[in-house]
Each structure stands twice: as structure tokens, then as C-alpha cells.
Design a binder for this molecule. Structure first.
Ligand code: ADP
Length: 243
């Protein structure tokens, strides 16, 4: 078993007396693709917010690669190698797909198309473009992308920053079946070089693409295991699947 990249221990988050997370222990091993599920209000987004420094816990620790993240500012956590997607889009619609990737990669400003043709895109941007399968649309403005393509661009914009841990919040929400399949394949590709935690509700998607699933309920860890194990757990059926 590979070593832990992320270790959450005894995490408690309280909002004005309401316990959003209670005594949560949670571990991600390096190279894992883990799915996080649970009914609305279970604490999934709160967990991601704590890992990324947006929310400060009442107590507990979040160790990333052996270093404590609790108390660190958000940008320092990003610099330590933690990247996340938000439910609101971060894509610049008027810029091309490749310029969005360039910007995300930390270029001071996007190169004009002519100059890029001469200099070429960086290896990291070219690799990200290939990974997300948008090579044919590289020079089109991001505003013309379909909903699914835009989500892939956002994943590319994270990957190009070379984080060690990617936190993705409902990446297939609102996608067609075909787009969901392509996203599942993309997550598998990304997980070859990264540790990935995905918040996802879509059980059909989980059955096809998830290996290990963690279930939260009312701020506590309910159970974790393979999709089959989790689905067979009577507690999960009661609180989450409703069947
Ligand atoms: P999930 O992502 O699993 O749907 P959340 O982590 O968003 O759940 O929320 C967990 C609980 O914490 C919910 O009951 C939510 O209303 C509450 N909560 C989240 N953020 C805040 C906040 N900033 N202030 C008060 N309550 C909050």
C-alpha cells in the first residue's frame, strides 16, 4: 500500500453552533482516485474548504505530505500543491482555450497567436491540451465551448499547474452521458500522475468509474470501500440511496 499524501485527523468544523464536521478522520494515499459522496449537507464541500484553507476548523489537523495545512493561507496551500475546481467557472470566455491554459500555467500574459506559432506552447500546456482532448479547439475562444468541454478546460487549467492533489467538485454535473464517459476517462488519465478526490453524486457514474468511495453523513464518516461494498452497506442504503 502506498504512503499517505493527505491525512485528516479529528477534524471538527462548527458554524455558529452547528457541527458541519465531527471527529472526521480521512486518509488519501498517493496516486489514489477517491470519490466522496453523501446527501446534501453531509459536509463534503466543508471538507474541501478546510483542506484548501477557505474554512478554519475548530480543531483537528490536515497533514499534506507530512506538513500541517490548518492555519495556512489559501495561496500557500495552492503553492504546496493542492488544486481545486469551483462550481463557478474560472474560464476567460474571450480568450482562446490555449491562452486560458497559458494563463493558468503562470504565464504573465497570453502570447499573441502569431508569436505562439513561432515559439510554440510550453510542454506543460501542450500536454494538458492533449490530456483534456481539446487540441482541435486550441485557438477557439473558450466562450464557444460546450458545458462539458469547459469543465475539461477547467481540469486542464488545474493540471497545468502541476498540483499533487486535485479536488474536483461535481465535475460531471449537467453533462450528457457521452460527456460523462469522457470525463470518467479523463479522471483516470489525470489520476495516473496525481492524487484525485472527486465529490460526485451520480451513482451510475460511480459504478463505472469509481474504485474507492468515502461516504459522509451529517458531518461524520459513515463508511468507505469499493462501490459494491458501499452500495451493499445498509447504513448507506438508508441514508443516501434511499432504496
Ligand atoms: P455538502 O457539500 O455535503 O452538501 P456542506 O459541506 O456544503 O455539505 O454543508 C454541511 C453543512 O454545513 C450544511 O448543513 C450547511 O448548511 C452547513 N454550512 C456550510 N457552510 C456554512 C456556513 N458558512 N455557515 C453556516 N453553515 C454552513
Amino acid at each position: 500500500m502506498s504512503e499517505a499524501l493527505l491525512e485528516v485527523r479529528g477534524l471538527n468544523v462548527v458554524f455558529s453552533g452547528f457541527h458541519a464536521l465531527t471527529d472526521l478522520d480521512f486518509t488519501l494515499r498517493r496516486g489514489e482516485l477517491r470519490f466522496l459522496i453523501g446527501p446534501n449537507g453531509a459536509g463534503k464541500t466543508t471538507l474541501i474548504d478546510v483542506i484548501t484553507g477557505l474554512t478554519r476548523p475548530a480543531s483537528g489537523s490536515v497533514r499534506f505530505d507530512g506538513r500541517e495545512l490548518v492555519g495556512r493561507r489559501e495561496h500557500r496551500i495552492v503553492r504546496a500543491g493542492v488544486g481545486r475546481t469551483f462550481q463557478t467557472s474560472v474560464v476567460f470566455e474571450e480568450l482562446s482555450v490555449v491562452d486560458n491554459l497559458d494563463l493558468a500555467a503562470g504565464f504573465r500574459r497570453p502570447l499573441p497567436a502569431l508569436l505562439r506559432r513561432r515559439r510554440g506552447v510550453s510542454d506543460a500546456v501542450a500536454a494538458a491540451l492533449d490530456t483534456i482532448g481539446l487540441g482541435d479547439l486550441a485557438d477557439r475562444p473558450a466562450g464557444v465551448l460546450s458545458h462539458g468541454q469547459r469543465q475539461w478546460l477547467e481540469i486542464g487549467m488545474l493540471v497545468v499547474q502541476r498540483p499533487r492533489l486535485l479536488l474536483l467538485d461535481e465535475p460531471v454535473a449537467g453533462m450528457s452521458r457521452d460527456e460523462r464517459d469522457r470525463t470518467g476517462e479523463l479522471l483516470r488519465t489525470v489520476a495516473r500522475d496525481h492524487t484525485v478526490l472527486v465529490v460526485e453524486h451520480d451513482m451510475d457514474f460511480l459504478r463505472r468509474f469509481a474504485s474507492t468511495v468515502t461516504v459522509l453523513h451529517e458531518g461524520r464518516l459513515l463508511c468507505q470501500g469499493t462501490v459494491a461494498q458501499v452500495q451493499a452497506d445498509p447504513r448507506v442504503q438508508e441514508v443516501y440511496l434511499g432504496r
